[in-house]
Design a protein around this ligand. Structure first.
Ligand code: ADP
Ligand code: MG
Length: 748
């Protein structure tokens, strides 16, 4: 289907302007321009002839400047136009007399002396503001101005510019908002064929404007109501397209086949349960049963397991994996970092004990192997791990996400567990199917960062959610405090003393910094999303905030402050074997203090670590701090988390830290976090670029719209999965997918 929407912009606005659109905004087609919505609107009054102005009106007039005077408010002296620049920083009043030829109107501008050089006598312009009267002279209060060039002095152009709502587009010097507006006007005036992607019946039901009407109203609104109605329609449109894509994907997933992995008794799982040194919490047992039921089905499971830091997700995953191994399949556990993958490999091997020693001396009669596959393995280790995966000797393989892209083959991959990564998108899932022939493995995604249902729907399409709310009994509480390093320097000294005391009691500590610090020019974080804590107005000097404190700086400081403690440094740019060695020593208790970046953020489990000091804590996000803090208080020892900051009481960043210090409820913190973050961050930039197709819709705010659209999308897709009856919607969906795919390719 070819409509005007697909036509090149240059057919309408000329080659030169079209080229600028392409360069500045990446806009090539008419359709793309039409969906480049105004960021906000400039509100004016109604265009009114001078002799009809009434006091109290919000009005716009079209007139010529008759006279301009600038006065200093301090000296009351008049300032000559050629001197106004000297008075930029002074208190001034600029009085402009405007005329329509017969009547005059007076405008006053404060502290904008340079206007005298713009609004010179004879200049034609629009002026708007509230009409007032002073000593019988009509005035405009809080006036706005827009100069009209000679060539634009015709009625139509003045009418257009005097519209009570002028769209303001995200603009640059090369492509000012007026050019965008003018181009849209041309396009809207000349557009013929326009197919509405929202079917008529649905428009009626949902009380939505038609496409043409809505485009007109969003770009050239007459009233506030126009804007609201148009936005409502486009929000629904965005939701509908998104939900249609998801519904179609779901239809595809529903048609996918998986090998049912029935729970068997008398296998590894039972042996494992018998060895388990603790009792499963009720929540863990329940979630396991949900998973067992899911993976016994003919279609692939797609389940999200949300659970507070330390709630024991690993054991749930391990039981699920063992159940699959018992049923003859293999399972994979994917971790976001190498450190975590290595750690998981150790944990699983340890928990399984002889059950993981298949074919080895001392291995149990019924046993399997746990393989590790990370990017930094040496060739020999890698080959063994690959062989074990391909032959099926390894029932469980642990690795980083790279594992999916690799040439790794499995004998019979039945389950993929993705740890600490709720952004496991469509592309990754697509990579899975290639690993297991015509059958798709079951997928379990685990995260400690709870995400709102609408976000989950958006990111995952459709999935089942399990939640672990309770922590295993006997867990020690974590106490958190804010350490205001600038306000109370003594507290920071005290913090280091606390670290020493803990170590003297036989415990260990983490010191976390936002930055590595090994190269000044590229002084960025490695894995974190950092809220710019340096935004604090109170932090003193305006301009450049000081760079965040780094691992290497702190290592230098601590070498002096705590010279008697055994210290080590860990960050992402260390060679993999070194990282591994550092982690191993720390886990073995041979290091007292680990100074690290956020590489330790997730999953690292050293129960003897009792204390965490987070430097420049305001540079981390709320959820991230909560994650980090989850590294302590994992054993019998009570945890202590000290959040060091330069932020002053009452500042934004202090408020966030106080929130973190005041509760250990991750769900509550995640809510606070989401409210403070931008949409794109929530969805994840790499989440197939959905940012581009969601312009007006907010997955956090517009829950109702999303549910309504989802309902509609489901009813359409269930009857007509290929959208044969809905060509315009189909075309729009295809276009959206195309731009997302394009974006995805750019990112990889
Ligand atoms: P997370 O959900 O953050 O990934 P883990 O799976 O790492 O948490 O579990 C944290 C710690 O709790 C581990 O040391 C684990 O062995 C322990 N654990 C898990 N389940 C229980 C339980 N039911 N009772 C006692 N300890 C448990
Ligand atoms: Mg974990």
């Amino acid at each position: 289907m070819k409509t005007d929407i697909d036509r090149k912009l240059r057919d309408f606005v000329g080659a030169r302007t079209a080229k600028t659109f392409s360069e500045v905004l990446g806009i090539e087609t008419v359709g793309e321009l039409l969906r480049h919505y105004p960021r906000r609107y400039l509100k004016k009054g109604e265009l009114t002839p001078f002799d009809e102005l009434e006091v109290g009106d919000q009005a716009t007039v079209n007139g010529k400047v008759k006279k301009v005077t600038v006065r200093s408010l301090d000296s009351k002296q008049e300032i000559r136009p050629d001197e106004v620049n000297k008075f930029r920083r002074h208190k001034t009043i600029t009085k402009v007399v405007v005329t329509d030829g017969r009547n005059d109107l007076e405008l006053a501008f404060f502290n904008q002396p340079w206007l005298a050089n713009k609004l010179t006598p004879g200049t034609a312009a629009l002026f708007w503001g509230e009409v007032t009267k002073f000593r019988d002279i009509l005035q405009l209060k809080g006036p706005g101005t827009e100069i009209i060039d000679e060539e634009d002095l015709n009625e139509a152009e003045i009418e257009r510019r005097a519209k009570p709502f002028r769209p303001l587009y995200p603009a640059t010097a090369k492509l000012p908002t007026a050019t965008i507006e003018r181009s849209l006007k041309i396009v809207l005036d000349n557009l013929e064929e326009l197919e509405d992607p929202i079917p008529e019946l649905i428009r009626k039901n949902e009380k939505l404007l038609g496409l043409r009407d809505a485009l007109q109203k969003i770009h050239l609104p007459e009233t506030e109501k126009d804007i609201a109605e148009a936005q409502k329609r486009f929000r629904f449109e965005e939701a509908l397209v998104m939900q249609t894509i998801l519904a179609q994907r779901r239809a595809v997933t529903d048609a996918l086949k998986a090998i049912p992995r029935e729970r068997t008794t008398g296998g590894l799982l039972d042996d494992f349960d018998a060895r388990l040194p603790f009792k499963l919490t009720a929540g863990q047992a329940e979630v396991c049963d949900e998973i067992f039921a899911d993976i016994a089905r003919l279609h692939p499971m797609h389940r999200l397991l949300q659970g507070e830091v330390g709630s024991g997700k690993t054991v749930v995953a391990l039981r699920a994996m063992l159940s699959v191994v018992d049923a003859g399949g293999q399972a994979v556990l994917l971790a976001p970092t190498e450190v975590l993958a290595t750690q998981h490999h150790k944990t699983l091997t340890k928990m399984l004990g002889e059950l993981a020693e298949q074919g080895m001396l001392g291995g149990a009669e019924r046993a399997t192997r746990v393989g590790l596959l990370t990017g930094s393995l040496n060739a020999a280790a890698r080959r063994t791990a690959m062989l074990d995966a391909a032959s099926g000797a390894a029932g469980i393989v642990v690795g980083t996400h790279a594992l999916l892209e690799d040439k790794v083959q499995f004998a019979d991959l039945g389950l993929v567990v993705v740890d600490e990564q709720h952004r496991f998108g469509v592309e990754q899932r697509a990579a899975l199917s290639t690993k297991s022939g015509e059958n798709t493995p079951h997928v379990l995604v685990m995260t400690a960062t709870p995400i709102p249902r609408t976000v989950a729907m958006t990111v995952f399409g459709d999935l089942s959610v399990s939640t672990l709310t309770e922590l295993p009994a006997g867990r020690s509480p974590i106490k958190s405090s804010v350490v205001p390093a600038k306000e109370k320097p003594a507290w920071l000294e005290r913090a280091w003393e606390r670290v020493r005391e803990e170590v003297q009691k036989g415990h260990q500590a983490y010191v976390v910094c936002p930055r590595i610090g090994d190269d000044v020019k590229n002084a960025t974080d490695e894995e974190g999303e950092f809220a710019s804590g340096a935004e604090d107005e109170e932090s003193g000097a305006k301009g450049k905030p000081r760079p965040a404190i780094s691992v290497l700086q702190v290592a230098d400081v601590l070498a002096e402050v705590l010279p008697d403690l055994r210290q080590a440094v860990l960050h992402g740019r260390l060679p993999a074997d070194e990282k591994d060695a550092v982690m191993t020593k720390f886990a073995a208790g041979e290091t007292d203090v680990l100074i690290a970046t956020t590489v330790i953020e997730v999953g690292v489990d050293v129960p003897n670590a009792s204390t965490m000091v987070v430097m420049d804590a305001d540079r981390f996000g709320i959820s991230q701090l909560h994650q980090l803090r989850g590294r302590v208080g994992r054993g019998k020892v009570p945890g202590l988390c000290l959040l060091v900051t330069d932020g002053w009481p009452g500042s934004k960043s202090r408020e966030r830290l106080d929130a973190v210090a005041s509760t250990t409820d991750g769900f509550e913190l995640s809510r606070i976090d989401l409210e403070n973050r931008r949409e794109g961050d929530v969805l994840g930039v790499a989440q197939s670029g959905r940012r581009t197709s969601l312009k007006l819709l907010s997955v956090l705010r517009d829950e109702e719209v999303i549910y309504a659209a989802r309902h509609v999308a489901h009813s359409i897709v269930s009857v007509d999965p290929s959208l044969a009856e809905y060509p315009a919607l189909k075309a729009f969906v295809a276009e959206t997918l195309e731009s997302e795919a394009a974006e995805y390719l750019e990112k990889t």
